[in-house]
Ligand binder design. Sequence first.
Ligand code: SF4
Length: 263
Amino acid sequence: MTRPSAIPQPAAAASQPFSFDGPAVAAALDVALAAEPCLGARLRSIANHIPGRVAFSTSLGIEDQAVFAAIATADLPFDVFTLDTGRHFPETLETLEATEARYGRRIRITFPVAAEVEALVARDGIMGFRNAIENRKACCDIRKVRPLNTALAGANGWITGLRRDQSAGRAHVPFAEWDAAQGLIKLNPIADWSLATLEAYIKDNAVPINALHRQGFPSIGCQPCTRAIRPGEDIRAGRWWWENEDGKECGLHNRPKHKDADA
Ligand code: SF4
């Protein structure tokens, strides 16, 4: 395949680890992905221009289902995984099974370290994340952030399903950016998609989605920390609704620079 000359090419890929100019590739991919309207073509461009392992972390939410459908349909060799926090809705696990069956592709599941979860629950209680923001962040750190860091270790790229109109905090999400702290390129191939574009893609391609999306749950996280939203509410209003609106992220997309730091 002929590659666009604007994107720096990786060094000869004879052995691991691959050597490549991550910041330069990220900057060029940010421009290239914006110019390509087709999701499949965006993903192929990512596969063609990032050497080594490129990971896709799916939450099994509607955005990630669209991205996974495109990856599976094009049979792209990304490392697809999901984080099982131990607190998912049953509907989320049903979505996982239905997705594997629909596309004939296994999704790798990562789990938190059992001893860390046991120590957390012994300290804070089984619902301790509702008692203080610090407790909640500690729970997200142990159940999500640390397993994510482990799963991403050694990857050169990390694909997400972030969209700019999901929330005010995501309004400036780029298509590609160099994450210096993690030493990889973070890629958001549907950053510019509206909700209407996303729903049309899901419908046109018969992509399986979580049944909760049709019950008022536009954003689905752990069961104890997610509620349905009311008409007119922000689509992430149902996440950690007992906290104020500032900083309502789980830490997956604003992770600490050091892997062992608290989120
Ligand atoms: S979303 Fe809630 S249950 Fe899930 S990891 Fe975070 S605090 Fe824990």
